[in-house]
Write a protein that binds this ligand. Structure first.
Ligand code: DMJ
Length: 466
């Protein structure tokens, strides 16, 4: 089922790609950037008309779904996730309307339970990146208030946060946690500490990351489930996919953003072990397999789509060759399916989970490679990611998940990260915008820019971040 590029481009034309952008065949990057910006404005206007202030629009039916409260109440997730993407695209009126909504309507004082991890990467991070864009102190105040409501979750013997907390009562739940939900805090919370002078945010985030590292196996591997009360492992599977992915990312990022050499060393020790024990060649492909964290034995050939970010991280950490091989492996899978399946078994060559939740990871990886070496192949991977999305995920009121990447059957859901991640990666890699410092920047795991925004000409406000 290999995707041929002429078909992709023709399909994108049919889906409304402008004649100029159809020159994508000729790698017309400015035209693609203009098309991404137009798509963002179009999707935002539908969100504003049909789901303003709701968490997520349903792009097929025009309804809305709630997340992270997940009980029908909303926190404006999409609106907050979209803000810095709107800003970097120069969609200033829309950005300002979103900021005004946050200042007048956003209220985290809700008697309801949220995921500590999701609320931090999406909402705290979204508010901080919007603050970085415009410098409005009200955005920082909202981010701090939200972090204060998440803080009680970290009050455990290990320093690992409980997975859930009630935003008003501070009641916590579920200590059976994982590396991603333990160690994906420091860039946002360290930035909060820098901006507020209150060290508690940085300290809890850093302690959790370090304490997890201390519990690595004799092979220097981490498993995917651990008890926050006792520090006992509850599983033996080591993976770079879901529930672990961004832990590794944030060790490297702690070094990149704050110059924290201990975190860099932790990243290096764990990465060396991953490359030693989890690397599997299969023909031309290079996969990072799931293994037993005590023996190193490969557990399965199943790959999780979220792991496709990992080649970009390897390259950022200095392993450019292996990282490129991993990303190109995933890009070949993209060539085959058009849109990556959520799960794939490299031994059988079959998808194990046929949906795709409008995922950004491969575009994220290619963008990170491109920031390092500017090789055109990375832009082409991102272009194909974008064009496939335009062809198969576009619906009446925005872009939607696919229920099945083989039949292309659409679901009816647009996740918040779509607004913060791939739309930003597409735009930044195709455009050459003066609003972004391509040489010195920092994007969180959710694509939130905490460093690297530049004020538009004649305006000195942006650039107040870390
Ligand atoms: C995003 O919320 C973040 O990138 C997170 O780290 C894991 N992946 C999702 C999107 O797939």
């Amino acid at each position: 089922m290999r995707i041929d590029r002429r078909g992709l481009i023709a399909g994108s034309l049919a889906a409304g790609l402008t004649a100029r952008a159809s020159a994508a065949a000729a790698d017309d990057w400015p035209a693609l950037a203009a098309q991404v910006r137009a798509d963002m404005a179009w999707a935002w206007d539908h969100y504003r008309a049909r789901a303003w202030g709701k968490d997520e629009i349903k792009p097929v039916s025009g309804g809305a779904s709630s997340f992270p409260l997940k009980d029908g109440r909303h926190l404006g997730l999409t609106l907050i996730e979209a803000l810095d993407t709107l800003w970097v695209m120069g969609l200033d009126d829309r950005f300002q309307a979103g900021v005004d909504w946050v200042k007048t309507r956003f209220d985290a004082d809700v008697d309801g339970e949220v995921s500590v991890f999701e609320t931090s990467i999406r909402l705290v991070g979204g508010l901080l990146s919007a603050h970085h864009a415009c410098g409005d102190p009200a955005l920082l105040a909202r981010a701090r208030d939200l972090a204060d409501r998440l803080l009680p979750a970290f009050d455990t013997p290990t320093g690992f946060p409980y997975r859930f907390v009630n935003l008003r009562t501070k009641a916590v739940r579920d200590p059976a946690t994982n590396p991603a939900e333990i160690g994906t805090f420091l860039p946002e919370w360290g930035t909060l500490s820098l901006l507020t002078g209150d060290q508690r945010y940085r300290d809890v985030a850093r302690r959790a990351a370090v304490e997890l590292y201390r519990r690595r196996s004799p092979l220097d591997l981490l498993a995917v489930k651990i008890d926050a009360r006792t520090g006992e492992w509850l599983d033996r599977r080591a993976t770079v996919g879901s529930y672990a992915d961004s832990y590794y990312e944030y060790l490297w990022d702690g070094w990149q953003l704050f110059g924290d050499a201990e975190l860099r060393n932790m990243y290096r020790v764990l990465t060396a072990a991953i490359l030693r024990h989890q690397r599997v060649r299969s023909g031309a492909d290079l996969w990072i397999a799931d293994v037993d964290f005590r023996t190193g034995a490969v557990i399965s050939a199943e790959q999780d789509e979220l792991a496709s970010f990992y080649g970009g991280l390897l390259a950022q950490g200095g392993d450019e060759g292996v990282g490129a091989a991993v990303t190109e492996t995933w890009a070949r899978l993209q060539d085959r399916f058009g849109v990556l399946p959520e799960g794939y078994d490299y031994a059988t060559g079959l998808p194990t989970a046929k949906g795709n939740a409008l995922r950004p990871e491969l575009a994220d990886a290619a963008f990170n490679h491109w920031l390092l070496d500017r090789a055109p192949r990375w832009r082409r991977i991102v272009r194909d990611h974008y064009l496939a999305m335009r062809r198969w995920n576009r619906a009446a009121y925005g872009f939607t998940d696919l229920a099945d990447v083989v039949t292309r059957r659409q679901a009816d859901h647009c996740p918040g990260y779509w607004w913060s991640e791939q739309m930003k990666y597409y735009y930044l890699i195709f455009a050459d915008t003066p609003r972004f410092d391509y040489a010195r920047n920092y994007l969180t795991t959710e694509g939130n820019v905490l460093r690297g925004f530049r004020p538009p000409a004649g305006n000195t406000r942006a650039g107040s971040g870390a």
